[in-house]
Design a protein around this ligand. Sequence first.
Ligand SMILES: NC(=O)C1=CN([C@@H]2O[C@H](COP(=O)(O)OP(=O)(O)OC[C@H]3O[C@@H](n4cnc5c(N)ncnc54)[C@H](O)[C@@H]3O)[C@@H](O)[C@H]2O)C=CC1
Ligand SMILES: O=C(CO)COP(=O)(O)O
Length: 342
Amino acid sequence: MANKANVAVLGGGSFGTVIANLIGSKGEAVNLWMRNAERAEAINSTRENSRYLPGRKLSDSLYATSDLSLAVADADIIFVSIPSQSFREVIRQAKRFIRPEQIVVSTTKGIEANTFSLMSQILMDELPENPIGVISGPNLAKEIVQQQLTATVIASEDERVRSAVQEILHCAYFRTYASTDMYGVELGGTLKNIYAIASGLSAALGMGENTKSMLMTRSLAEMSRFAVQLGANPMTFLGLAGVGDLIVTCSSPLSRNYRVGFALGEGKSLEDAVTSLGEVAEGVNTLRYVKEKADEMEIYMPLVSGLYEVVFNGAPVSQVAKMMMLNTQSSDVEFILPRDDS
Ligand SMILES: NC(=O)C1=CN([C@@H]2O[C@H](COP(=O)(O)OP(=O)(O)OC[C@H]3O[C@@H](n4cnc5c(N)ncnc54)[C@H](O)[C@@H]3O)[C@@H](O)[C@H]2O)C=CC1
Ligand SMILES: O=C(CO)COP(=O)(O)O
């Protein structure tokens, strides 16, 4: 019954539970907030999150609660692991309990509908006085809980945030690298979900390793092109939060976005693919919002456009792939040879 904790995690899904458990395993008292009181009680009595991480024993230092004020009361750091659709709503519920000196860190990889805000922008809107940061990287929750060797990135302009997060997460199986580019780190984690859907789809259709490499590399080119147009630093995409996360989510069936793509490739409807997952796949909405933004800003994103046609308009993959392959050939690395748009 320990709830005087220095760390709070908001969101009792896969990733929130895993981050809270990692910190708890270091002997730090950590509060895990979730909206469902019965689930919180079940976690405290069984030491298991049976819905999201069945069969995994959770640390005794982790205390689950549905009381938001209690969860954050003594926290120096508050991690927010709520899907992007509900992120602002939860921050608005929490903000009356949050003091300006508390560090708030998003782990969420998505975009807000209508505003095209990333989660750091929501934090800046709602908690303008708090020190904030984001973590992102190749971080499959189901591998972290198995203590597979893993690294992430903490991005913040505030050195205190970077070092506090590096210290609280550091252990024998988890390393945290630092960056000042919050927007770029978040954008990497968000955009790669789109391409993970495309990779799952191509895997289900039996496409080969050449195809997979082409897809991942051209995804990186497309992500970088988009990021530059939005004013982000594309160099960030060379790191863990860019190419690192792209590799893991485009390769692993543990990625929910990859699984949605795979299910579509097997002929399931989008609705069935998403419902059978039972967890969030941010890439579906991200695809929608990025397509809108790319159209509005006239950014060339053939993979996004093609995938959009497949996912939302039922276009046959073979037809879309053929069209892309026969499209005008262009530059490999646009920072060396700019694309000829004439
Ligand atoms: N699972 C993973 O491997 C990783 C996930 N992430 C990101 O972390 C974020 C959260 O993902 P997961 O925990 O994996 O998702 P999840 O689908 O496993 O769990 C989401 C949790 O959020 C809760 N939730 C949703 N709306 C809520 C609301 N209005 N109020 C309170 N709770 C609410 C749900 O009840 C659930 O417990 C996503 O943006 C995801 O991209 C980042 C790195 C790795
Ligand atoms: O972001 C992730 C791994 O870094 C998790 O990916 P999914 O949301 O596709 O499972």
